[in-house]
Ligand binder design. Structure first.
Ligand SMILES: [Zn+2]
Ligand SMILES: [Zn+2]
Length: 212
């Protein structure tokens, strides 16, 4: 679930609106554009003279929302506003030797209008790296999904154990490439959480329902 995007010095982020929220484009703290959203759909968002496309599809727990540039390239999500650094006067981009328009906010490479990434904040290789990282995090977060279910069945105590198991499962999922290992770790951790809960119940119960 992305927090939002940084595009050409603007912040694109979600806001509260009935029924499925809205997307707000802010520039220097001022709202430049607002788009009401549904849980699924495609919307054209004007940003700095071009059109970006917001696509919302059904996700596992919440809708999955992605942003694409005019050319159809995916825009990397960022947690806060990231602005491009200005290129030094007279500097040239590394790829074409054309006049640089800005410097990548992540690695500092000079880029021209052509070789800037889809968000016009990062260079293309950095954009791709950020997208891969974000997708890895999102996939790992899916292993937290059983935690709220445990809360419904076992109340606060099991919820805490489940949250602990879930966070550990996410931690492991982020650090291994093996899907089998991720699933095995999650199953084992949630299993341990439930067993610990059952043991605690068994230990505490006699005091609650003590005869005499
Ligand atoms: Zn870069
Ligand atoms: Zn260039």
């Amino acid at each position: 679930m992305p927090q939002g995007w940084s595009v050409a010095g603007r912040r694109l982020e979600f806001g509260a609106a009935f029924p499925s929220g809205k997307l707000v484009v802010k520039h220097n703290g001022q709202v430049e554009h607002e788009q009401k959203l549904a849980s699924q759909g495609t919307w054209d968002i004007p940003v700095d003279g071009t059109t970006y496309r917001l696509v919302r599809t059904k996700g596992f727990l919440a809708p999955k929302t992605e942003l694409f540039s005019h050319d159809g390239d995916k825009v990397p999500p960022t947690n806060k506003l990231v602005t491009p650094s200005p290129a030094a006067a007279g500097s040239l981009c590394a790829a074409h030797g054309a006049a640089a328009s800005s410097a990548c906010a992540r690695c500092g490479t000079f880029v021209c209008v052509q070789c800037a990434g889809p968000d016009r904040v990062h260079c293309q290789p950095c954009s791709e790296r950020l997208i891969t990282e974000a997708e890895k995090t999102a996939a790992a977060m899916a292993y937290l999904a059983p935690a709220p279910v445990l809360a419904i069945f076992g109340g606060l105590f099991l919820a805490l154990l489940g949250a602990g198991a879930g966070l550990l499962a996410v931690f492991i999922a982020k650090r291994t490439e093996s899907k089998a290992l991720k699933i095995a770790a999650a199953v084992a951790l949630y299993g341990v959480a439930v067993v610990v809960w059952l043991v605690l119940l068994a230990v505490l119960m006699p005091f609650n329902t003590s005869p005499r």
